[in-house]
Design a protein around this ligand. Sequence first.
Ligand code: FAD
Length: 409
Amino acid sequence: MTRYDVLIVGAGHGGAAAAAALRQQGFAGSVAIVGDEPDAPYERPPLSKEYLSREKPFERILIRPERFWVEKGIDLLLGRRVDAVDPDSRSVKLAGGGTIGYGEMVWATGGRPRRLTCSGHDLFGVHAVRTRADVDRLMSELAATTRVCVVGGGYIGLEAAAVLTKSGKRVTVLEAQGRVLARVAGEALSAFYEAEHRARGVDVRLNAAVQCIEEADGRVIGVRLADGEVLPCEMVIVGIGIVPCVEPLLAAGAEGGDGIAVDAFCRTSLPEVYAIGDCALHANGFAGGAAIRLESVQNANDQASVAARAIVGNLRPYDAVPWFWSNQYDLKLQTVGLSTGHDEAVVRGNPTARSFSVIYCKAGRVVALDCVNATRDYVQGRALVLTRAAPTARRLADASSPLKEMAPA
Ligand code: FAD
């Protein structure tokens, strides 16, 4: 049985960053990343942006050039899935046979797309947007597609809707809630993005319940809503969130549920096992200490660094400010902090000029900003979130007053 000093499970953002951080921290032991996708680690955000629009080929979304892994002595064991963990013998079992031992393990498996459960959910023409393979499949069908139904008005669904609308497809967005981006943003931002999509011809349906996907000869021909309406289409894209890939580790006894529970150093309840990224359930200071999973590149990279440091004995707790971005049409959204639970939302700048920010406060303190084509607010607003600054709403709304002057000295 091959044994690695550090075995990283999951060759995505977190896994790649953890391996690189270990070497950066001077770790000289053996390191391998085992991943179930066939490709070397690549960036996932472009899958619904520049890769889908064909502005960037696959080579340009690799997280590191292939030679990096060789030069750093990091083994990439690709196309292999871990399906069981034995914490006593410190080893993992691979689907299809094979065992790998570990001294320490970093679990960085992200999540798989949540599927629809209605009839027709697995038809030809129904797609998720999580992996390169998902998007390659989707792209191979685009030439024969004129109408697309996107189920889910979150970031990924809206980004895909923007790319496909720009390329001439007729797109309908079906959102179950009363506004788009309901899970991640305040009402002003939702209304703005809804209007932007409508202005470009996207048919945005709110409070839309999908009953089933209609088929003919095994192919999608439409989406039937609960009210009986059928929206004809040749393709359905489902963007309704992810389910964390945690079953093998939970079965091995790790604490958790909707994610693997970790402490401030990304340590799980199993000895010498860390969990990072989309699958890690951690107490986040920017969520008032609540246990959450954060699905962002920032979180995957920063937790990777925390876990790598812990492995080399350089303990530093995870306390990074959350940040995120989304590109739709010519709109660059940059988010800092977490707006969940805010009790006030202040609009700064002019949404009709398509450059503005929404500043979220809780009990008078700034907890997050959503900045649309407003990079200066994003950069300067970070300090407000970090220091939990408490300027008045009036001052925050005054775009002539720089945010950097509002953070406590
Ligand atoms: P992943 O990058 O998903 O990597 C996990 C890897 O582990 C995958 O390759 C998975 O197949 C593999 N795996 C799972 N189970 C096993 C197993 N048992 N054995 C072996 N391998 C396994 N974030 C942003 O901050 N900004 C954005 O604009 C943005 N846009 C996005 C757009 C899209 C289309 C998607 C899908 C995500 C986007 N995200 C964005 C989210 C971001 O990509 C994720 O938060 C990030 O990839 C999380 O990294 P991770 O390492 O936790 O998981």
